[in-house]
Design a protein around this ligand. Structure first.
Ligand code: FES
Ligand SMILES: [Fe+2]
Length: 444
């Protein structure tokens, strides 16, 4: 492909279209302050972003706070049982109302600064020295309107999403049913149709651009080299441990598949979907070989019929990406959440979930997986983190300005926004992320 003109770094211009081509992307998308700022204003405000899981706020008044694209947000359980999201910012002078990550606000929210109080739905309830406001313009001003709301919010079966900006696609057109099928599957694995968060999400700040992490979630070519030492060490240690130990077997069944060869990954199949989303591992994944749980499977067969239960349990993709903020696995049941903090800093959260009413083994499975694979002490993640940071540093050096995404590229692939792939090694999943990126960054 010829080198078409592109934006020079930090030219002060608002255009980004030249940074993404059909089969490669310009390095500025990872390293430029300007691009990062535009992403915060455009992409992260127009897209639907995963905020948290409703099981974090089970009782009336329970809250969970988080920050997305510089916006302080709070998820609150209402008296009627619904979940609401508000900006965590007092309508008086802007102080944050809640400073803890999680807790219970009681019947109302009270600002710690001058004690303005709000109902759980964000409506202003009372202000001190009320009489002193008589005859002033307060009642007609936005300050009396209570806590602001994000542009959109959706509680999808307990998975809570927000759209920060007032404009952008609606939830149903942003997420194809084929994307949400992974979330449906996670919920259906619970005999009572509900999930709950297990423990606190693990949080890890990496010194790399968020898009490197998101690309890597669909990178099936790296494990054989990046994770070679972890898989080999696990295999060697496994041989020296006593057979039949439940903890050992759990660790081994989770770590050994990282050593699978290229053909294993190419055979797993994939799907790309509009808006940057994807499902990797439509046919199989590194999770497919986990030991069966016969009693649990019989319970689901009772509920759904044997065929449907089998279909439900056999869908265990490597990763379903809900672009741009999260990646989901059905078995083990977990979510990785991306929160960009700067062009070269990203907070990654790993959320473990368990199907309510399911056997304890599934809790152990997911708790073990997040520790082994995603925690800062993980024997797997440190290899990835080292390489993300190395890539971030390397791209600052001069040389080829373009990052290759050529593997499996076909000139006509953009004509097919939804595509099922036999080959899980195709870089189309990353190219598709950048088509989603452009759509949000340059919607015209
Ligand atoms: S800033 Fe909240 S009451 Fe004044
Ligand atoms: Fe990895």
């Amino acid at each position: 492909m010829s080198q078409s003109p592109h934006m020079p770094p930090d030219a002060g211009d608002e255009s980004v279209a030249g940074l993404v081509q059909a089969d490669r992307v310009h390095r500025d998308i990872y390293i430029s302050e300007r691009v990062y700022r535009l992403e915060q204003e455009r992409l992260w405000k127009r897209a639907w972003i995963f905020l948290g899981h409703a099981s974090l706020v089970p009782r009336t008044g329970d809250y969970y706070t988080t920050e997305i694209a510089g916006q302080s947000l709070v998820m609150l359980r209402q008296a009627d049982g619904a979940v609401a999201v508000r900006l965590n910012r007092c309508a008086h002078k802007g102080s944050q109302l809640l400073h803890e990550r999680q807790g219970n606000a009681g019947k109302f929210l009270r600002c710690p600064y001058h004690a303005w109080t709000y109902k759980l739905d964000g409506k202003l309830m009372s202000v001190p020295l009320k009489n002193d406001y008589e005859g002033t313009g307060l009642a007609d001003s936005p300050s009396a309107q209570g806590l602001a709301e994000p542009g959109g919010m959706r509680d999808y079966k307990g998975f809570v999403f927000v759209r920060l900006g007032k404009t952008g696609p609606d939830f149903d057109s942003y997420f194809d049913p084929a994307v949400l099928a992974t979330l449906d599957n996670m919920v259906a694995r619970s005999p009572v149709g509900e999930l709950e968060v297990v423990g606190a999400p693990l949080r890890n700040v990496m010194r790399c651009n968020w898009k490197m992490y998101l690309e890597n979630i669909n990178d099936t070519v790296h494990p054989i080299s990046t994770h070679e030492s972890a898989a080999t060490a696990a295999g060697n240690i496994g041989k020296s441990l006593p057979a039949g130990d439940a903890g050992t077997s759990l660790a081994m069944e989770q770590l050994l598949p990282f050593g699978a060869g290229y053909s294993f990954y190419s055979d797993m199949g994939a799907k790309v979907l509009p808006n940057g989303h994807s499902v990797l591992g439509t046919k199989a994944s590194i999770h497919t070989g986990y030991a069966p749980l016969p009693e649990y499977e019989a319970e689901l067969a009772e509920l759904y019929g044997a065929d449907q239960a089998r279909a439900l349990l056999s869908f265990s993709p490597q990763n379903t990406v809900l672009y741009p903020s999260a990646a989901f696995k059905t078995s083990p049941s977990l979510i990785r959440v991306l929160r960009p903090l700067g062009p070269d800093r990203t907070l990654i959260e790993a959320w473990a979930l368990a199907p309510k009413g399911a056997p304890q083994r599934l809790r152990q499975r997911v708790a073990s997986y997040v520790r082994l694979v995603f925690s800062p002490m993980s024997v797997v993640a440190h290899d990835d983190v080292h390489l993300f940071e190395s890539q971030q540093n390397g791209l600052r050096s001069d040389g080829n300005e373009w990052v290759s995404l050529h593997r499996g590229h076909k000139a006509d692939e953009t004509q097919m926004p939804e595509l099922t792939l036999e080959n899980g090694n195709n870089e189309i999943m990353m190219r598709n992320q950048y088509r989603g990126w452009l759509r949000l960054m340059d919607p015209a």
